[in-house]
Design a protein around this ligand. Structure first.
Ligand SMILES: NC(=O)c1ccc[n+]([C@@H]2O[C@H](COP(=O)([O-])OP(=O)(O)OC[C@H]3O[C@@H](n4cnc5c(N)ncnc54)[C@H](O)[C@@H]3O)[C@@H](O)[C@H]2O)c1
Length: 269
C-alpha cells in the first residue's frame, strides 16, 4: 500500500493567481502528482504567473486556465463546464477566491461594501461549490489509496478563516462571510456524504500573502492577531496548502464537514 497522496483525478482551484493561498494550493497539487489542474482568478496576469510557475516546476501537468469573476453565476457555470469538457471530470475543488475589505465597523459600512464582500466570499464560494457538486454527483468514484478506504467521488475544500470562528475589530462583513462558508460547508457535508463526496473547509490565521502584506495599513491592522497567536508569526501560504491537500486526499477519507484551523494557535488563546 502506498503512503503518498494519489491525486489521479482533476483539481480545480479558484483565486489561484499570484502568490497567495490559491496559487500555493495549485502548485502543491502539481508537485504532489496531480497532472490535470484547472485554475481561475479575477486577475489574468497573476493567473498567468501561476501558470508559468507550474509549467516551470512540473512541465508534464496539463493546465486549464481561464480568468473570470467567481461572483458571476454565468462565469462560474461556464468555467466548471469548460473544465469538465477539457478533462472529463472534477475531483478536488478548492474555493479560495476572496477579499478582505477595509477596516470598518458596521455603522461605517455601506450596503455596497457589505454586498461586495459577501458576494465574493460567501455567495461566490456557494456558486462554485454548487457547480462543482453538480458535476461530482454524476461521475464515477475514483479508488482510494488503500483497501480499507471507500472510493471517493469528489472532495471540496472551501477556504474560510479563523475570523469565521472568532471576531476581529472592524471586520463584520468579512467575519460573517467566513462564518457563512463554515456553515455552508457543514450543510453540504451532510447532504452529499451519501454520494461519496466530502466537503470540508480550512480556516487560515494570518497568512503572508498579498491580502495581508500589500499595504502598511493592513499589516498594522493584523499585527495584534499575529502577536496573540502562540506561534507569533504569519503562516506561509504553503502551510495552508498542505492542510488543503490533506483534506482533498483519501488520507482524509473519514473527515467530513470539518473546519480545520491553520492559525499558529490563534483561536486557542
Ligand atoms: N491571508 C490571510 O491571512 C487569510 C486568512 C484567512 C483566510 N484567508 C482567505 O484565503 C483566501 C485566499 O486569500 P489570500 O490570502 O491568498 O489572498 P490573495 O489576495 O493573495 O488571493 C485572493 C485571490 O482571489 C482573487 N479574487 C478576488 N476576488 C475575486 C473574484 N470576484 N473572482 C475571482 N477571483 C477573485 C484575487 O485576484 C486573488 O488572486 C481568501 O478567501 C481569504 O479570505 C486569507
Amino acid at each position: 500500500m502506498t503512503r503518498t497522496y494519489i491525486f489521479s483525478g482533476v483539481a480545480v482551484i479558484t483565486g489561484a493567481g499570484g502568490t497567495g493561498i490559491g496559487a500555493a494550493v495549485a502548485k502543491g497539487f502539481a508537485l504532489s502528482g496531480c497532472d490535470r489542474i484547472a485554475i481561475t482568478d479575477l486577475n489574468p496576469s497573476s493567473l498567468n504567473n501561476t501558470k508559468e510557475a507550474i509549467h516551470a516546476a512540473s512541465p508534464d501537468v496539463r493546465l486549464f486556465v481561464q480568468a473570470g469573476d467567481i461572483s458571476d453565476e454565468s462565469f462560474v457555470d461556464s468555467f466548471i463546464g469548460a473544465v469538465v469538457s477539457e478533462f472529463g471530470r472534477l475531483d478536488y475543488a478548492v474555493n479560495c477566491a476572496g477579499v478582505l475589505g477595509d477596516a470598518l465597523r458596521s455603522t461605517e459600512t455601506s450596503t455596497e461594501v457589505f454586498d461586495r464582500i459577501n458576494n465574493i466570499n460567501y455567495r461566490g464560494s456557494w456558486l462554485c461549490s454548487r457547480a462543482e457538486l453538480k458535476q461530482m454527483i454524476k461521475q464515477d468514484p475514483l479508488p482510494s489509496h488503500g483497501p480499507a478506504r471507500e472510493p471517493q467521488r469528489g472532495a471540496i475544500v472551501n477556504i474560510a478563516s479563523q475570523l469565521g470562528i472568532v471576531g476581529q475589530p472592524g471586520a463584520p462583513a468579512y467575519c460573517a462571510s467566513k462564518a457563512a462558508i463554515i456553515a455552508m460547508t457543514r450543510s453540504d457535508a451532510i447532504d452529499y456524504a451519501r454520494d461519496g463526496i466530502r466537503v470540508n473547509c480550512v480556516c487560515p490565521g494570518v497568512i503572508e500573502t498579498p491580502m495581508t502584506t500589500s499595504s502598511d495599513e493592513v499589516r498594522e491592522r493584523l499585527r495584534p492577531a499575529v502577536e496573540i497567536a502562540p506561534m507569533k508569526r504569519m503562516g506561509k501560504p504553503e502551510e495552508v496548502a498542505d492542510a488543503v491537500l490533506f483534506l482533498c486526499s483519501t488520507f482524509a477519507s473519514f473527515i467530513q464537514g470539518h473546519a480545520l484551523v491553520v492559525d499558529g494557535g490563534y483561536i486557542i488563546n
